[in-house]
Design a protein around this ligand. Structure first.
Ligand SMILES: [Zn+2]
Length: 310
């Protein structure tokens, strides 16, 4: 079965043709600078035409950055970007434009499906995956099945696990979420409020995690304090996820994992010291597939027992 995969980001989309554990064709396209998904659909469709030009596909798997009801193939809620998506019928679009069935899934869930199918979680049944990037994705699989819940939002809001009841307001509306306390978008806000920030090495340029870790390694004391803060935030979210979902493995992906040699040992030690798991130790591991994880995720997505809407 050949499946077209769409991994939709804020400014770019990756479109690919996937068959089993092979990516037959792919391209990453810039999307129109519109806040609406409807405006980008034809750009995405033209890309899908190109990647399946030599090998016609049998289905489309679509990854979306928001709350997704995969059973009804509808987007339930978005977090700022693509606010029109809740009113779009992507199944109808796929049938009209391509004559193909479409399945829709949250992008972080797709990444976990992909890592289990072809990456760091192969052979595992009970896994939580965190994606540390601009935001934080956090998804749970129990007994080999993605956790969904009545409203399809169970086990998919790991970045919005509260880690500080007196913390910063998050884009989701809550206070002190993991991603409002330590993620790409909140890092500059955290740093500029940090004591002695103005006299630190961080003050001179635009701040991201690569710069933060580099300054910390170079001995900047403010950078070291903020790195320690972020590691503890991610550690608290990890323990919350372990106590909530009973995984045997935590998988970490996302751009921040360029510093995995520093992050993973801390998290393993934090989890060993703080998680209540009398059965044994939860393992902490880096993701293997990078940006390809969500593309490979469309293969198991079509193996799941979900109704196909045509
Ligand atoms: Zn939040």
């Amino acid at each position: 079965m050949k499946i077209l995969a769409v991994d939709l980001g804020g400014t770019h989309a990756t479109c690919a043709l996937v068959e089993g554990r092979r990516i037959l064709a792919r391209e990453t396209i810039a999307l129109p600078g519109s806040p609406l998904l409807a405006t980008s659909l034809e750009t995405i469709a033209a890309s899908l035409d190109r990647v399946q030009a030599q090998n016609p596909a049998n289905a489309i798997g679509f990854g979306f950055c928001g709350l997704v009801d995969s059973r009804s193939t509808r987007i339930a809620s978005t977090n700022g970007k693509y606010t029109d998506a809740v009113d779009l019928d992507l199944s109808h679009w796929a049938v009209q434009r391509f004559g193909l069935p479409l399945r829709l899934e949250n992008d972080a869930r797709l990444a976990l499906l992909g890592e289990r199918f072809a990456g760091a979680a192969q052979g595992e049944t009970d896994v939580v995956m965190f994606t540390l990037g601009t935001g934080i994705g956090g998804v749970a699989m129990i007994g080999g099945q993605l956790l969904r819940g009545k409203h399809d939002q169970a086990g998919v809001l790991g970045g919005h696990i509260p880690v500080n009841f007196a913390g910063r307001r998050c884009t989701c509306g809550a206070i002190g979420c993991a991603e409002s306390e330590a993620s790409g978008w909140s890092l500059p806000l955290i740093a500029t409020e940090w004591p002695d920030y103005a006299s630190s090495q961080l003050a001179s340029r635009r701040l991201d995690f690569e710069k933060l870790f580099a300054c910390a390694t170079a001995g900047d004391s403010v950078s070291r304090e903020i790195v320690d803060h972020c590691l503890r935030v991610w550690g608290a979210a990890a323990v919350a996820a372990i106590h909530s979902f009973d995984p045997e493995l935590l998988v970490y992906g996302g751009g921040v994992m360029k510093s995995s040699d520093l992050i993973l040992p801390f998290l393993q030690e934090y989890v060993d010291a703080n998680a209540w798991t009398p059965w044994g130790k939860v393992r902490v591991r880096a993701a293997q597939l990078g940006n390809d994880a969500a593309l490979f995720g469309v293969v198991p997505l079509f193996d799941q027992e979900l109704p196909l809407v045509r």
